[in-house]
Design a protein around this ligand. Structure first.
Ligand SMILES: Cc1cc2nc3c(=O)[nH]c(=O)nc-3n(C[C@H](O)[C@H](O)[C@H](O)COP(=O)(O)OP(=O)(O)OC[C@H]3O[C@@H](n4cnc5c(N)ncnc54)[C@H](O)[C@@H]3O)c2cc1C
Ligand SMILES: NC(=O)c1ccc[n+]([C@@H]2O[C@H](COP(=O)([O-])OP(=O)(O)OC[C@H]3O[C@@H](n4cnc5c(N)ncnc54)[C@H](OP(=O)(O)O)[C@@H]3O)[C@@H](O)[C@H]2O)c1
Length: 251
């Protein structure tokens, strides 16, 4: 049975206002790349449950400690503003078991794996792409990180590490929706699929025959991208009814 274990914040990296990563030592918590932890702090007095917890995707690959989480503060939310106060040395609680099926093992093999992320939806891909499995099952991997502002194009050092480990097989693509940024596509993911800009930037076609897609982040992006992909003849992947689209929505 899953229970709360006490971890310790051992590091923190601030990327932009309200956007940061926490490193957390909690060696007893294991996971598969793509899964999420439940992070918690003691609930306020009078709350029905003793702990206030929310899911957060692991950023680190399973064989690398400490655990890492990539978090945006939702100012009106109950937990994320409290997590934003944490500093090295502070306690943080995690459920002892990880959860989720947003894992490459669930995705059929194909020529191209498209990883489409908005905002902190980048997190599970940083874990997945630092394991051997995607590179054994897909010829090419395209990772799209779509954000509002250029300062939210984070983890460029990790993306460079992935590119160096897999020369010729990895194409990162940046998108910025609320300002112009050199080297980044403008606008949103679904429009860039629809008008062909994403395929042009990646240098590979996106078809039902050659591609698998993993989508993570804003549920409106997941819904809108699915519509564009379905219009191209792709469909949701299910174990009993294989398709090309696997998604995880963050709310
Ligand atoms: C499977 C899963 C994995 C997740 N992994 C992460 C992660 O790695 N990093 C992360 O920051 N969050 C992640 N989340 C969201 C996270 O669990 C919390 O919902 C979020 O931190 C806000 O918590 P809150 O208690 O402050 O507000 P909540 O009451 O949980 O959320 C309030 C509102 O904030 C918005 N919101 C919540 N999360 C996000 C987000 N990540 N980006 C943009 N808007 C958001 C939504 O409009 C939501 O309705 C994940 C959620 C799920 C379901
Ligand atoms: N990022 C910030 O500047 C900021 C500042 C303060 C607080 N916050 C808090 O953080 C939360 C998350 O912000 P976030 O920027 O990380 O996440 P987000 O709102 O999900 O935005 C990330 C990217 O997803 C895009 N997107 C939104 N809806 C889409 C759709 N239907 N289809 C395709 N793409 C879509 C956005 O484009 P668009 O830009 O076109 O919407 C943006 O490029 C906010 O709800 C807010 O509470 C954020």
């Amino acid at each position: 049975m899953s229970k709360w274990v006490q971890g310790t914040v051992v590091g923190r990296r601030d990327w932009a206002d309200n956007l940061y990563s926490l490193q957390v030592a909690a060696p007893e918590v294991g996971f598969a790349a793509g899964q999420f932890a439940r992070l918690a702090l003691p609930a306020p007095p009078g709350a029905p449950e003793p702990m206030l917890g929310r899911p957060y995707s692991f950023v680190n690959p399973p064989d690398r400690a400490p655990h890492e989480f990539y978090i945006v503060t939702v100012p009106e939310g109950p937990l994320s503003p409290r997590l934003a106060q944490l500093r090295a040395g502070d306690p943080l609680w995690l459920l002892s078991t990880a959860n989720g099926f947003f894992c490459v093992a669930e995705v059929p093999a194909a020529d191209v794996l498209w990883c489409l992320a908005t905002g902190t939806g980048l997190a599970p891909f940083l874990s997945i792409l630092r394991t051997p499995e995607p590179w054994q099952r897909f010829g090419r991997v395209v990772l799209v990180h779509a954000v509002r502002r250029a300062c939210e194009l984070t983890y460029r050092d990790t993306l460079a590490e992935i590119a160096a480990a897999h020369p010729g097989a990895f194409t990162p693509v940046s998108m910025v929706s609320r300002e112009t940024h050199p080297g980044a596509l403008a606008g949103r993911i679904p429009a860039a699929i629809e008008d062909g800009r994403l395929e042009a930037a990646a240098g590979v076609p996106l078809t039902a025959a050659n591609s698998q897609l993993m989508l993570c982040g804003n549920p409106a992006m997941v819904d809108d991208a699915k519509k564009v992909l379905v219009a191209r003849g792709l469909r949701r992947h299910r174990r009993r009814e294989p398709g090309q689209i696997t998604a995880e929505s963050y709310w």
